[in-house]
Ligand binder design. Structure first.
Ligand SMILES: [Ca+2]
Ligand SMILES: [Ca+2]
Length: 360
């Protein structure tokens, strides 16, 4: 049973392993991740933001109003991004972090804006970030702190809730009757500033948007995304558990490569001719007491020697064990399977519910 992890609302313990021979097709991946392999213990995480345009806006209008975001680490701005088009974030100094903005549009109208930032330090004392969103005619919004401890973080906000609200036409960072009056005074004109959706005219639609914005409620939603493996898996204890195991040994590679996407292949083989391979993954001591909330486990292996069949056993904080058998040819319990052109195969297995796990 090769490693591990979790995707979406729970985390991905980025396991790579091959049962049997080394992966045939890993070279592209190795190239891509060689830099990361240098500082192998550096824990990094991701921040994802989804901005709902509750009242969709034309992409041209978004460019006119200079919609942008700033990422802060502590109080220090470290990156800016252009929300008005698909773009790459600009970091203020050299960093391993990177990020991008992508819009989801229907015709020329933008419905959502996705922001994805990765490679952010998750080291204690420098792992709290926040985002600021600004645009002309919008209430400026600064998020609460997004701290990368056990998990990467996500935030969802909307232009029609009380976060990054559209409709501040006099620039006082509030939306009230003054703003509604401005729209009323421009009705039936083509005043571009008051044309909130950018359809070329100021009409009842724009008046409705600003009126609803003046009574907007609703906060941003914050959530955990993937597990930050380096924070919850102690590779030394995994190595120790493998050494002490009667069912698995490492033929090639380093234990730490099982949990980081460093492009290095680890070859695990069954011990003692049993033909069965079992990989114990005790979580870090710091995660033992409260556990790590998980609902899915993803196993990444090579397509040359894929992990197709096995059992995921999760030991919960209360000592209870959940065993989930999975079989590639019989997709019960297998949530998703993904093949990548770099020769990797990911099988995602549901644990059935969200549970606090201390060992896998
Ligand atoms: Ca205002
Ligand atoms: Ca309009």
């Amino acid at each position: 049973m090769v490693s591990s992890g979790v995707v979406r609302r729970t985390g991905r313990v980025n396991g790579r392993g091959t049962a049997g021979q080394p992966a045939a097709g890993g070279s592209g991946q190795q190239r891509q991740h060689r830099e990361n392999a240098v500082g192998t213990t550096q824990a990094t995480g991701e921040i994802q933001a989804i901005i709902r345009l509750d009242y969709p806006i034309s992409s041209q209008k978004l460019q006119e109003i200079g919609a942008k975001l700033t990422l802060f680490q502590g109080d220090k701005p470290i990156a800016t991004g252009d929300l008005s088009q698909d773009s790459t974030l600009t970091f203020s100094e050299s960093t391993t972090a990177s990020g991008g903005v992508s819009q989801r549009t229907t015709d020329q109208t933008v419905n959502y804006i996705d922001v994805n930032i990765r490679g952010l330090s998750a080291q204690e004392d420098e792992n709290t970030y926040h985002l600021k969103f600004e645009a002309e005619g919008f209430k400026t919004y600064e998020s609460d702190g997004l701290t990368l401890s056990q998990y990467s973080k996500g935030i969802v906000l909307g232009t029609g809730d009380a976060t990054f609200t559209q409709g501040d036409l006099n620039g006082d960072n509030a939306i009230n009757t003054s703003d509604v009056d401005i729209v009323k005074s421009k009705l039936s004109t083509n005043d571009s500033k008051t044309d909130l959706n950018g359809d070329g005219k100021v009409d009842i639609y724009d008046l409705a948007v600003v009126t609803m914005a003046s009574a907007a409620t609703g906060e941003a939603q914050l959530f955990n995304t993937t597990v930050i493996t380096a924070k919850v898996v102690d590779t030394a204890s995994v190595a120790q558990a493998i050494t002490g195991s009667a069912k698995v040994e490492i033929q090639q590679g380093d234990v730490s490569s099982l949990f980081t996407d460093d492009g290095q292949t680890v070859t695990l083989v069954p011990k003692g001719g049993s033909g069965e391979l079992e990989l114990p993954i005790p979580l870090a001591e710091s995660a033992q007491e409260t556990g790590v909330e998980m609902e899915q486990v993803s196993i990444v292996s090579s397509t040359a020697n894929p992990v197709e069949k096995g059992t995921v056993v999760a030991e919960l904080v209360n000592g209870e064990k959940i065993a989930v058998p999975f079989d590639h040819s019989n997709p019960d319990g297998v949530l998703a399977m993904q093949l990548r052109d770099d020769g990797r195969k990911t099988v995602t297995i549901s644990l059935g519910q969200r549970v606090p796990v201390k060992n896998v």
